[in-house]
Each structure stands twice: as C-alpha cells, then as structure tokens.
Write a protein that binds this ligand. Structure first.
Ligand SMILES: Nc1ncnc2c1ncn2[C@@H]1O[C@H](COP(=O)(O)OP(=O)(O)OP(=O)(O)O)[C@@H](O)[C@H]1O
Length: 234
C-alpha cells in the first residue's frame, strides 16, 4: 500500500493550546503522537473533528476546509475514541446503532459484524453495557465509533487503562482495519513501544508544538532534539 494521497492537511494552526502546527495525514498511514503530559496531543486531535476550533490556520479534509462540512458529517467521517469512552445506559446494540440510526443506516447484521471486528461474541448484542468488563467496554466503544464507518480514526490513549491482553487485542485489530475499513489513523499514546509497533510516522509534541515529525523508526531511534532524547530516556 503506497502512502501518498494526502487526506488531511493542517497549515499554520494556532489555538489557545497549540502553536505553529503543520502536518499532513496520508491514506493508509497510522501517525502516533507522543510527548509529555500537557504537550497538546489531545488538543491537536480535537481540532481535527472540530471539538475545538483554531484561532488561526486551516485544516483541509479531502481538499475541502473542515468548516465547510456539516458538523455531524465531519464527526461521522472523522471518528474519535477516548481513554474511557463512556457508553450510555442500555444494551450493546443500543450503543452500536445510535450513530448509524441518525443517518438511517442501521442494519441488525451490522451489529454482528462489528462485534466480530472487536472479537466479542454476537450474543453480546443484547447484553447491558454495565455487565461488561472495562476491556470489553472499550472494545464496544471502538465498535460504536466504527459503526459510523469513519474514514479517519482519532484515538486518545485508548489502551492506557487496559491489561496486556486487551492491549494486544486492540493493537491487532487497529492494524487490520487500516486501510481496509479506515483510511488513516492518528493516535495519542504514552507508550513508546506502542508508538513503534503501530506508527508509520510519529510526531513528538512539547510545549504546544510538534517538535519532531518523521518516520517512526527515524524519530524514535535517531531523535534530533535534546528534548526528545531526554523524553525517550524518562
Ligand atoms: N478544557 C481545557 N480548558 C483549559 N485548558 C485546557 C483544557 N484542556 C487542556 N487544557 C490545557 O491545555 C494544554 C494541553 O493539554 P492537552 O490535553 O492537549 O495535552 P496532552 O499532551 O494531551 O496531555 P496528556 O498527555 O496529559 O493528556 C495543557 O496545559 C492543559 O492543561
């Protein structure tokens, strides 16, 4: 798979919590975002589906300014999963069908397909989400976002509250869904090894800026700045 087509481009972004942000996201790639707490990683993700808006600069998605997309369309196409994505009360199926129902796109078979992607049995559709373990709930949160058929997936520390087994499982399906189900992914992680395992490219953020960006192996194995060298030794 060639990583060439630019699907998202951020230019000269300034916001209350970000400075001088410039990058492109290409079809087929996973960008991992690392950096100390408060560096601006979550703030950067939140700009991309307009949970926050910048004060200056532009973000283009498939060649069009993101402000030109109706908000619900943009958030359907650029989906997000958080560290502890809160499911709402009700069954697994209620949660999975919520997004697609807004667009009249829900079919019962879709629920089974989604559970297969996150490796849970189809009988789980009728379970109340409160009966699920933390790892299972996080897998349902993924499935709920995937139910909207997003083209880009934004992930914010999605495995940090999980045990090793659930982390492995989630990493496996993340690798499988790009590029077949999702065109590209940007993920914040505090786990450098995870950034290496999953990333094609990596951005290191510090003090509200992207300090280094490049191929994951290059950024993490041959850091250029003292700040990143020090961060990797922590
Ligand atoms: N809702 C908010 N209102 C005001 N300031 C905020 C808000 N959210 C974050 N900040 C501040 O903005 C800066 C960037 O935060 P952000 O959450 O983007 O960093 P981060 O790199 O994702 O950190 P972490 O790894 O701790 O999640 C921090 O100084 C933070 O305190």
């Amino acid at each position: 798979m060639s990583i060439e087509k630019v699907i998202l481009e951020a230019k000269n972004i300034q916001s209350d919590r970000l400075k001088n942000i410039n990058f492109t996201l290409h079809e087929g790639e996973i960008i991992t975002l690392i950096g100390p707490s408060g560096a601006g990683k979550s703030s950067l993700l939140m700009l991309l589906n307009r949970l926050e808006d910048p004060n200056e600069g532009t973000i283009h998605y498939l060649g069009k300014d993101i402000n030109e997309y109706p908000l619900e369309q943009l958030r359907k196409r650029i989906g997000m999963v958080f560290q502890s994505s809160s499911l709402f009360e009700g069954s697994v199926e209620d949660n999975l069908k919520f997004g697609p129902s807004l667009f009249d796109e829900w079919k019962p078979e879709r629920g089974k397909e989604l559970l297969e992607v996150v490796q849970l049995p189809k009988e789980y559709l009728d379970k109340n989400v409160e009966e699920l373990s933390g790892g299972e709930q996080q897998r349902i949160a993924f499935a709920r976002t995937l139910a909207n058929k997003p083209e880009i997936l934004l992930l914010d520390e999605v495995t940090s509250a999980l045990d090793v087994k659930n982390v492995e499982l989630i990493e496996r399906f993340l690798k499988e869904i790009v590029p077949n189900q999702v065109k590209a992914m940007m993920m914040v992680t505090h786990d450098i090894e995870q950034a290496k395992r999953l990333g094609n490219r990596t951005f290191f953020m510090n003090n509200e800026e992207i300090v280094e960006q490049g191929r994951t192996s290059q950024v993490l194995e041959a850091p250029k700045t003292n700040t990143l060298q020090a961060f990797l030794k922590e």
